[in-house]
Write a protein that binds this ligand. Sequence first.
Ligand code: ADP
Ligand code: MG
Length: 315
Amino acid sequence: MNEFELIRHYFASAACARTGDAVVLGIGDDCALLELAANQQLAISTDTLVEGVHFPHLAPANLLAQRALAVSTSDLAAMGAAPIGFTLALTLPKADQAWLQAFAEGLDSMAAACNMRLIGGDTTCGPLSITISVFGQVTKHQALVRNAAQAGDIICVSGFLGDAAGALPWVLDPAKDREQVAPLLKHYWQPKPQLTLGLALRGKAHAAQDISDGLLADAEHIANASNKQLCIDPELVPLSACLRAAYGPQALHLALTGGDDYQLIFTLPESNLTSLQNLYPNIVRIGYVSEGQGVKLLGNKQNLDLTHLGYQHFE
Ligand code: ADP
Ligand code: MG
């Protein structure tokens, strides 16, 4: 199977590659064409997953595709953008048909869940890596940026933290008994981009981002961009029953420093909280914004070793 047959068979003919909505022209020409309404801005983000860095060798192709697309689409959610489509730049060591079939199926299922369309890409031979660029639309002046936190805002997260980080030992060692941690593994491989919440936050939240590096590391991004201090009470950080059962007292550390959950962190006036919580009951308030800098932990934090705040390449 040559490059063009591969693209046609697994990608151009996939259900998620059909045109429609804002996608006027999809795979097959030199460029895809998107049509945006006059009051819309294009939101764009790119993420690369490299074998051995972001996922282990021999990771299941179906799950890998789901994770790759979810990770990228989460950036649209964090911006309050509605999804349009994505490109896929795939570097493969070889054209393994069973692998490609599983990958294409995973991609289709996550694309359907996120209302995303595959609009193009590139296919090359080399060490396995997956680059996905996502395209979304957001009404002018409504994007949820990082630099708009205000003193007096409360800080919220959209759900449980630490589950994906808690799954890592089982991701890395498939031989380990996994029955007890199935919910953690699901959060690692099939994170749910918070797309509808992102849309609901427009006009209600001041600053927002998705949690990919870890709660404290990502809170620091908002603090730095907004030139404010984010005060977080570790006691309020939501932990799933599964994470508590698997890790006991270590669970909180994973929730504060582990990345990969793709929940949202956002700041907003307290008066906007109840109406949002009525629609999204998993939203939890974890602190407040004040004048100052950086992230401050509230309460008794002596027992927390926070030396490794979040993952950084080249460190
Ligand atoms: P070009 O030579 O213009 O870069 P290619 O031969 O790389 O075009 O790709 C042909 C068409 O297939 C293009 O529309 C491109 O966007 C699409 N394509 C290539 N690889 C992929 C892929 N992995 N997934 C989706 N579309 C792809
Ligand atoms: Mg090309």
